[in-house]
Write a protein that binds this ligand. Structure first.
Ligand SMILES: [Zn+2]
Length: 303
């Protein structure tokens, strides 16, 4: 039996992989963020009794070459060789996939990208991430970086126009002015602060925008312009057939529609239908993707 996990900064969700390929979610516990032993215990306790394999979607980068995890939200995993160490601690084979890759895989195999050759799944939440699946196969690239379109500086203070006044914020990756620092929910708040000097939440900003407020509308205009510029280069590079979205901002249909329209206006191909859409697995892509990944890593649902 294969137990699947979606391990995030706040919660560990888990369930058993069924023969049909879906994951029956059974547990949700708080992630022990600072204590490795407590973390191992939580994973062990959440496993079904006859578990013989474990597949994990992990919120953070996982370097396939070195095996070292880069998980800022879960300090006890950060810098650890999680797959190797967890496998040794549990005495079970463990497969690990990054959460954005898990979501992209879920969408490509069973969601909005089903039957489509190039699927680029993106996360617009507390951070910006992505995963690339081509012909049903995950593409991780050198060092596992494929899909990390949130990094690389795009903010130029001298750019002028709608984007003047937006600060090039320091990103968690060490660079300054990355998409991640302005294209996430936190980024929406930062842009609002940059332009209007008021500190309100991303939910308040989108709510005000829906109600037609001028300041929030300017913020959303700048935010969606930045996102669509970054996405247009990505679309022209990859030629995706669909870009499913997950993460907190994916719940705002109108916001996605605006990002989609602006992006399609900037790319070379003429997409007749929406390209950037809410993913079918926007809320459970980690678990479902971990299930698909398990079948690929372990070669079946039984074992
Ligand atoms: Zn960055």
């Amino acid at each position: 039996m294969i137990s699947c996990y979606d391990i995030g900064g706040s919660f560990i969700r888990s369930g058993v992989l069924l023969a049909a390929g879906t994951v029956a979610e059974s547990e949700r516990v708080k992630t022990p963020g600072n204590d490795w032993d407590a973390f191992v215990l939580a994973v062990r306790k959440a496993a079904a009794p006859e578990t013989s394999r474990i597949s994990i979607s992990l919120a953070g980068a996982y370097d396939e070459e070195t095996g070292i995890a880069d998980v800022a939200n879960i300090p006890c995993l950060h810098g650890r060789m999680v797959q190797k160490e967890l496998s040794a601690a549990l005495n079970l084979p463990v497969a690990i996939i990054n959460d954005a890759n898990a979501f992209a895989l879920a969408e490509a195999v069973d969601g909005t990208g089903r039957g489509k050759p190039v699927v680029f799944g993106i996360i617009l939440g507390s951070g910006v991430g992505g995963g690339l699946v081509i012909n049903g196969e995950l593409v991780t690239g050198f060092g596992g970086i494929a899909g990390e379109w949130g990094h690389g500086p795009i903010i130029d203070p001298a750019a002028g126009g709608a984007l003047s006044g937006i600060e090039p914020y320091k990103c968690g990756c060490g660079l300054v002015g990355c998409v991640d620092a302005v294209g996430s929910a936190r980024g929406l708040e930062r842009i609002h602060f940059s332009l209007h000097g008021s500190e309100i939440t991303s939910r308040e900003i989108t709510r005000d925008w829906h109600q037609g407020a001028k300041e929030a509308s300017e913020t959303v205009d700048a935010f969606t312009t930045l996102l669509s510029r970054a996405l247009s280069a990505l679309v022209n590079t990859l030629g995706p057939h669909v870009i499913p979205v997950s993460g907190g901002l994916s719940n705002d249909e109108k916001l996605l529609e605006l990002v989609d329209r602006k992006t399609r206006d900037l790319v070379l191909a003429r997409y007749p239908d929406p390209l950037i859409v809410r993913g079918d697995f926007a809320s459970n892509g980690g678990l479902h993707g971990a299930g698909i990944f398990a079948r690929k890593a372990f070669g079946g649902t039984r074992q």
